[in-house]
Structure formats: C-alpha cells, structure tokens
Design a binder for this molecule. Sequence first.
Ligand code: HEC
Length: 163
Amino acid sequence: MQLSWRVFRNPATMQRLLRPRPYKADSQSSPGSAMFRAASSASILLLATALTAHAGGDPALGKHVFNRCIACHEAATDRDKVGPHLMGVVGRTAGSAESFLGHYSEAMKGAGAAGLVWDEANLAEYLKAPKLKVPGNKMAFAGLTNDDDIANVIAYLKADPKP
Ligand code: HEC
C-alpha cells in the first residue's frame, strides 16, 4: 500500500501510467511478426545449409567430374587400371593400395611413407596440381582447374560410389 501511495504521489510515474499504451511498439512483438522472424531465420538456416552442402561438394555432380578420371581409375570397385583403384581413397595413405603396390612410382610410395594421407585437403591439392603435390609421381593428368569440380569429385569418392 505504501508503494502505490508513493506511485500516485509521483507525477512522473502518474504520467507514465496514464499515457496511452504504445501499440506500435507492442505490435513489433506480436505473434505475427515473431512468426515472420522465425520464418526468415529458417530461410537463413536453409541458405546456410545449402552453402555448406556446396562447400562440401555434391557427389552427384562429382560422378560427372569422375568421367575425366575413369580412363585410368575405378572408384566403385577395387579393380586397378592404369592407375590404382580409388575405392575408399579418402583417408587412405598415398601409394598404399595393396593391389597396385608393384605399379606405384617411387615418388608416390615415398610420399605415403613420409606420411601423406589422402584426406580431403590433400586430395584437393593433389587434384589441382598433381605434379606439385607429389613431385615425380606418374599420374599423366594435368589437374582440375575448377574448385567446384574438385570439391564435387572428392564428395563422390567419399560417398563410397556404386557403379
Ligand atoms: C591418364 C591416367 C590418369 C588419369 C586421367 C587420372 N589419374 Fe589418378 N593416377 C594415375 C596413376 C598412374 C596414378 C599412380 C601415380 C604414381 O604411382 O605415381 C594415379 C594416382 C592417383 C591418386 C593417388 C592414389 C593412391 O593410391 O595413392 C589419386 C587420389 C588419383 N590418382 C585421383 C585421380 C582423380 C580423382 C582423377 C580425375 C580427376 C585422376 N586421378 C585422373 C593415372 C591417372
């Protein structure tokens, strides 16, 4: 009671109490605008997901890029061609496919012995510039120039491709 008495005696507080409610400010937090905010953050989330998927590469697009490798590599089976099979190559040590051990260059086997593992970053560098990443290796391929192609083909190799 003492409190309300003080409120009524204070002119500033009285003024605040008597002022019409600020409907405009209130409408900003109405359920409608909250839904709008939720909807727009959902679309931002979707956009972010799409961008992340892009950054991680698209296996379906990568299957097309792999057409440039297929003369020399099999990815869906462990059959070697001119090059070693690439089944499960993501995470594999360079120069270590059992069935191809007699065919790797010394450079590729040496790189593996020195610790080169085909994680996504190393694969990306190798596919961009094979001769720079593993000097002296015998892959007769100039490299992929397009970063999207590289990300996509790695996504394809990583997705454990089926024929
Ligand atoms: C003209 C044939 C040829 C083409 C085309 C080719 N490669 Fe190769 N690739 C090879 C050979 C041969 C090796 C083994 C190199 C060595 O031992 O020095 C190799 C090695 C590799 C390795 C290392 C494998 C391991 O076991 O260490 C990867 C990864 C690879 N190639 C990916 C690709 C991808 C992806 C493409 C297509 C974008 C491609 N290559 C295109 C012939 C080719």
